[in-house]
Design a binder for this molecule. Sequence first.
Ligand SMILES: C[S@@+](CC[C@H](N)C(=O)[O-])C[C@H]1O[C@@H](n2cnc3c(N)ncnc32)[C@H](O)[C@@H]1O
Length: 214
Amino acid sequence: MDKYRAKTAYQQADEANTYDAARFVSAKGRMTDSLEKKAILKALRYVPPGARILDVPCGTGRITEFLLNLGYRVVGADISEPMMAHAKKALAEHPSMEAFYLADAESLPFKEGEFDAVTSIRFSNHVPPEIRLRVLSEMRRVSNGPIIISYCNPNSLSAMKRRLKALFRRPHAPWNPASRRTVAREASQAGLRITRGYAILPCVSETVVYVLEK
Ligand SMILES: C[S@@+](CC[C@H](N)C(=O)[O-])C[C@H]1O[C@@H](n2cnc3c(N)ncnc32)[C@H](O)[C@@H]1O
């Protein structure tokens, strides 16, 4: 049985068809998208253009496209074909787009050290801690370089607002935030350490993009 909703929820065509419009089209959504990308850009500082990056989960290709535009060679992987169909339609013809794989992040179909870096955005917060460790270990195995991964900070204003809302309305799925201390512990269990971290809007937004290295 799947232990978290995101593993199956995005398999629905409706969810995939409305994913970008529901999150990144409003003024707030565009700002969040832009702040996330700025943080990812900082995290990529030591990854030279031309490097080969695995974007997992790639979803509809939002971050995949960003990486391609920065001059990276990219492989996308996701467990949802409907989500990836959007990414394929937009990006499959891009000369630096190597391939898309239908794959589970818990067991990646790639060789050890095949990539120069891994990006994983808007995923860890869906995944329960024990599975997160398996996922991190897989990312570590396939990457020869940094793992650039976003987490949700439970000590931010947005996280407090989310907890307050949950008192009145049951959330549609469990949320799995992680403080810097938790990220450091989980990273260490997977043989990684935090080398840098970028809060996209310190204290306000939940999202922090970490650079984890061996
Ligand atoms: C919130 S979306 C994030 C997509 C993209 N990274 C972004 O930032 O727009 C979460 C994605 O995780 C994928 N997913 C969930 N569980 C997965 C798993 N075990 N392995 C690979 N992908 C998974 C879903 O199909 C979905 O596309």
